[in-house]
Every structure is written in structure tokens, then in C-alpha cells.
Design a protein around this ligand. Structure first.
Ligand SMILES: Cc1ncc(COP(=O)(O)O)c(C=O)c1O
Length: 419
């Protein structure tokens, strides 16, 4: 097989030129493996597509918050989009200047608002009138002005999994039009709030341009409403959600979107995009080992050492990941369920996956695992989280150690009566 940074050489799968069995030997399995080169290529693709437009790229930290990946992107000059105080602190730690960080999220605490204002954030993206009140109080106490963006709910339903459609009617995110007007009135009255942008996010794994164009029109509409209140928002943020294909081609047509937006960006306004998956998704794989194979009532299973504890997406959204044996055995490809070791029926990595024969000890690569893989991993069933490795210019770098078993009970306190 040959796809972007992965290639089969002499019957062995290589990542950026490095044989995967060597990675397994050095770092163990399961193990997340990322390509810095591939991440930078993905960044370049956005920059080339939107070249010539007033444009800012903010990385959605939730997709993969590993420090090394954040540092790579901060060094490239990207901004960040964060959804919690923890993500904000990580982004700052990794070198994103606060002035390039947007703080989104449907529920923030006063302490998180305070942290954002103290560090000099680009904007707090507010999702409710209650939050706007809270932010105003915090700004007032600190004696500072709060840069605010409003997250809109455009009531648009792109074709994607319902769990991933966050800009549709019936989703908890953002402000509807009536609440947006109320928010604008409130900002106009308040002395401590400064409207700097309008924001929305349609959802994830979207492959069509049309929903983004409809969303852009919605942003323009609200932009002119804001102007009626005397505001001139500096940026309009279309969010993230650009899909990556589960069969290996990136098919979201970024260039088409950019071309359609070219004449639609008002003067003095910057277009902001917040991709997560499209930057890191196809730049990561999960290396796993077959523990055993079995047949139950005529169904063939390969039980591997990476289940829903390591990669939750298939169980959570029915996400599809390609699976490639690292050293494929000869023999016919037959459908097989690849399952994890966790005690849940939902712990299926891929169902009916056409695979050549597998045996205990074989390595497999689960592709497109760079986004929402490591960030959603848990210790469920008391399995420590795996090691993570970044390839940069032909060298592997350990960027996160596998968790020592003692971490499973770190922070637990034995009450005196049980000592
Ligand atoms: C507000 C916001 N922006 C950006 C993203 C990134 O989405 P994706 O990784 O699909 O590009 C998300 C994902 O949930 C989000 O909630």
C-alpha cells in the first residue's frame, strides 16, 4: 500500500521511511505514531488554498493536545482554539501567544474567564447571555475590557453523524438570532465588553462546501446586524469540521471553498478557520498488536491490544478507520472484526474488515488516528494510556511516555479506617 507518509517497502509498512516493527520494538504497543512532515503539509494545504485572503488558521487543540504537536503548530505561526482552562494553559505552555488564542466552549467557569482575560486572550467566544453576564462581572472586577466573540447557532444540518453536527437546531451550542440580538444590546450597554468577532462551528467530518457557504452568508447577515448596533467585528470564524476520508483521499475541497469566499469577505474583516482533524487526523496512526484470533458462532475476530480505551471514535460515533497489517501474510482477504480487549460489546475497532490472515503477535496499523484518538483515550479497565511518538525528518521522538501502572491509582487516597 502507498498513501502519503506511509508506504510498503519490501513487504513491511514504513512510516516516513521508518519500518513500523522497529517502532513497536522501541516503544511497545499500542503506540500512537505521528508524522510532523504530514502535519506541516496539511497546514500548507490550507495556506495555499486561502492565499490572498485575509486569513488566520487556528488549530482546534481538542483534536490532539500533545505538547509536541502544539509546539510544532505554534512555531508555524498558527493560532489556537481552546475549550477549557486546561487547554488554554496547555496552549500557552506550548508557546501560542495569548493574542492568537480563541477560547470557545459552551460552559466556562468564572475562573476560566479570569485566566483568559489575565493572559490577554484574542477573544472569549461566548455562547449564552448568562456567560456574557459572567464575563462582564469578571472583566469589571479585573478592571479590564473583555474581547468578546459571539458563537452563533445557524441552525444548519450538514451531512454528518448527528453527534458531530453542532450547528444544527436542537444542539446546545451557540446563540440563536434572538439571543444574538440580546447579546449585541448587552455589549452595546456594557462598558467592559468589546465585540471583536463572530463565530460558528457546523460540526465535524463535513465534506461539502455548501453548508460552509450557507454559514458564511449567515455570518455576513449577523455582521450587518452588529453594524446596526455600531460594531465592526474584526473577524468572522467559520469553525472547523473539514472532513478527512476514511479511504485515504482528503476530499474536502478547500480550494473550492476558498474560491467561493474570495469576493465575499468584507473589507476590514479577517476570515478565521479552526480545523483540528484536517491538520492532524491523517498524520497519525495507532500501532497495535494482535493478541489472539478466534471464531465465535462463525464470526472471525482479531483481538488487538488497542481498544476503545485507546481509540474511542468507532464506539462513540461508528467512525471508520482503515486497518493495515504491518507485515501482511499471504492468503485471501476475508472479513474479520478487529476488536479491543475491553469488556464492552461496543469495543470494536472495525467490523467486517477485509484482511489477510492474521496471527497472534502480528502488528497492525490503524490509520487516520491522529485526531480525537489520544485526546479521548482513557484508563478504562485499568489499562494505562500508551506511548506517543513523533517522526520528524526521519527520526522518531518519544513525545509522551506510556503511563506507568502506578498512574492508575495516582491521586487516590486510602481512608484511615482501611489502612
Ligand atoms: C468550536 C470548534 N472549533 C473547531 C473544532 C474542530 O473540528 P474538526 O476537528 O472537525 O476540524 C471543533 C470540534 O469539535 C469545535 O467544537
Amino acid at each position: 500500500m502507498s498513501t502519503y507518509w506511509l508506504a510498503e517497502v519490501g513487504g513491511v509498512l514504513h512510516a516516513d521511511g521508518i519500518p513500523l516493527p522497529e517502532v513497536a520494538r522501541r516503544f511497545g504497543t499500542p503506540c500512537f505514531l505521528y508524522s510532523a512532515g504530514r502535519i506541516l503539509t496539511n497546514v500548507e494545504r490550507f495556506r495555499n488554498a486561502f492565499f490572498g485572503l485575509p486569513f488566520e488558521l487556528h488549530y482546534a487543540v481538542k483534536a490532539n493536545p500533545l505538547g509536541a504537536i502544539l509546539r510544532l503548530l505554534a512555531r508555524e505561526g498558527l493560532g489556537a482554539e481552546v475549550v477549557s482552562g486546561g487547554e488554554l494553559r496547555r496552549a500557552l505552555w506550548a508557546g501560542f501567544p495569548a493574542g492568537r488564542i480563541l477560547f470557545t466552549g459552551v460552559g466556562k467557569t468564572p475562573q476560566e474567564h479570569e485566566l483568559a482575560l489575565r493572559c490577554g486572550i484574542k477573544a472569549v467566544v461566548v455562547e449564552s447571555l448568562g456567560e456574557l453576564h459572567m464575563l462582564e462581572d469578571v472583566a469589571h472586577e479585573l478592571g479590564t475590557a473583555a474581547p468578546v466573540a459571539l458563537r452563533l447557532n445557524p441552525a444548519l444540518s450538514p451531512e454528518t453523524h448527528p453527534h458531530l453536527a453542532t450547528g444544527r437546531e436542537g444542539s446546545k451550542f451557540g446563540l440563536d438570532l434572538a439571543a444574538t440580538r440580546a447579546a449585541l444590546e448587552m455589549i452595546a450597554r456594557a462598558g467592559d465588553l468589546h465585540l471583536v468577532g463572530l463565530h460558528l462551528h457546523l460540526g465535524s467530518q463535513i465534506f461539502q462546501v455548501e453548508p460552509y457557504l450557507a454559514a458564511w452568508d449567515f455570518l455576513l447577515k449577523v455582521h450587518s446586524v452588529a453594524e446596526q448596533y455600531g460594531f465592526a467585528p474584526e473577524f468572522l470564524d467559520l469553525g472547523g469540521g473539514f472532513g478527512i476520508s476514511s479511504v485515504g483521499e482528503r476530499i474536502f475541497p478547500l480550494e473550492e471553498l476558498a474560491a467561493a469566499l474570495t469576493k465575499k469577505v468584507p473589507a476590514e474583516v479577517t476570515l478565521v478557520l479552526e480545523p483540528g482533524r484536517a491538520l492532524v487526523g491523517d498524520a497519525g496512526l495507532l500501532l497495535a498488536q494482535v493478541l489472539c484470533t478466534k471464531e465465535v458462532h462463525g464470526r472471525r475476530y482479531a483481538v488487538v491490544d488497542a481498544g476503545m480505551n485507546v481509540l474511542l471514535r468507532p464506539a462513540l460515533y461508528g467512525a471508520h478507520h482503515r486497518i493495515v497489517p504491518v507485515v501482511p501474510r499471504s492468503g485471501p482477504h476475508e472479513p474479520m472484526d478487529v476488536v479491543g480487549p475491553v469488556c464492552e460489546n461496543a469495543d470494536v475497532v472495525a467490523r467486517d474488515c477485509p484482511l489477510p490472515p492474521l496471527a497472534s503477535g502480528d502488528l497492525i496499523a490503524i490509520l487516520d488516528a491522529g485526531a480525537y484518538g489520544s485526546s479521548m483515550a482513557s484508563q478504562y479497565n485499568s489499562r494505562p494510556r500508551p506511548a506517543e511518538v513523533l517522526i520528524h525528518e526521519g527520526e522518531t521522538h518519544l513525545i509522551r511516555e506510556s503511563e506507568p501502572v502506578e498512574d492508575l491509582w495516582r491521586g487516590e487516597v486510602v481512608p484511615p479506617f482501611l489502612v
